[in-house]
Design a protein around this ligand. Sequence first.
Ligand code: PGA
Length: 257
Amino acid sequence: MKKTPFIIGNWKMNLTLMEGVDFAQSLRKTLHDKKEIICGICPPSVFLKDICEALEDSGICVAAQNIHSEKNGAYTGEVSALMVKEIGCTHVLIGHSERRHIFHETDSFINAKIKVALSVNLKPIFCIGETLHEREDGRTNYVIDNQLKEGLRGINTDHIKDIVIAYEPVWAIGTGKTALPEQANEVHSFIRSFLSDGYGKDIANDLYIQYGGSVKAENTKELMAQPEIDGLLVGGASIRLESFLKIIEAASKQECF
Ligand code: PGA
């Protein structure tokens, strides 16, 4: 049976504080009492406290876009897992392709971040995905396998349950090129079998695997109709409330708007 869809919007480095808070308040009003969808947003770190306050007790998740791998210390400009947990975040993005490619984050750094997040009960949304070059070379599964192996190194059965996996092919992020729903489903299936080998079939089936990369209202239904796609990580189309709501509506199992 399909899980309740889990839709997260990643604002990246966009919006003003006032726009962000307005967005959160309107989202809260619109989703009030809607049980057929799980929803969340990833605001920039300086907005997190205000957004967490605006969404307190609403059931809408707030995720940080980044944390450091250390618990505390001399890391000027960084924020820790505990800091974002303390102000009310439930999740954190880890391993996003922009962090991997622009900020040169390695698999071992990502693994350390996942562990520190779990240590303070912050749920990692662990992002993985191949580049266009890797796909064209026929190395998609190899790359995904490697990112999973390295990123989840040392994560036991108890902890894996708190992790959401987001498959985001790098070539589809911010490019307008969405993976074909069947292409995405194939990789999701590969991820599910990796998880099943490591943690058992039941646990693997319970885990959420989201798809991300040029998601918009027009392709949401088709993506969500795929058996292995449990949710979506939305970038560009999550910055405007109207388009984000259209995606949420299209992803909902029932007509609820
Ligand atoms: P996009 O971004 O929807 O703008 O392609 C997705 C993401 O970066 O998570």
